[in-house]
Design a protein around this ligand. Sequence first.
Ligand code: GLU
Length: 258
Amino acid sequence: MRVVVKVGTSTLAYPTGCLNIRHVELLVKTLSDLKNAGNEIVLVSSGAIGMGIGRLSLDGRPQDMPTKQAAASVGQCELMYTYDRLFGEYNHVVGQILLTGSDFSHAARKENFENTILRLIELGAIPVVNENDTIATDEISVGDNDTLAAMVACSVRADLLVLLSDIDGLYTKDPHKNPDAKLIPLVRELTPQIRELAEGKGSGLGTGGMITKLNAAQIAMQQGVDMVIANGARPRKLYNIVEGEAVGTRFIGKESGE
Ligand code: GLU
């Protein structure tokens, strides 16, 4: 199976901006093992800005663009250093790909990116993708990595997209505010009622939230790619997800199963 896994800042870093070693080590170990089992893995990783905040000892998420971009520049190095080292322990090779929204609307650049990522996969490497935050301003950026991951999943014609977040999946109500909220295990269609369930932005150092995850679902489902939202605090669940077991919320891609 070709699997694109997106991991959010809330999984990778503590609210301090320091690396969550337990989560990252478990994630890398599980992905390495899934790859050893014959799956092809693409990792879309957030955390550049979050980790830059930690490394530069900034006071929370910067509001101005140059500081955000400077934080991303520093944090992206730490991210890739960490992945290179940890995947290296399992004999896997990583390759960095940084993209902006405009790369997808520019035919030649899109083709170049697709050729590179597909070649990396063929060569047995694990592409690690992020937005090129140091040059992406609001006008040209994808803006959030949920959407970016869906675009990448469609580009590489993935079998499955997994968004790892700080929440177990899509709930009938905001579970942070409503203890009686229930997890929705399966979504076959993004009805207006489903869309209404997504409230506001995620918390902490990250960018996404349920709205961006449903946007990602729309992109993936349209192209026939299944998508799962699951909790990044339990990376071992990826084994079950790849096996098709019910974990988190699964959105069924259009053509699949029909
Ligand atoms: N590209 C951003 C970063 O690496 C994250 C965007 C997102 O979390 O959606 O910090």
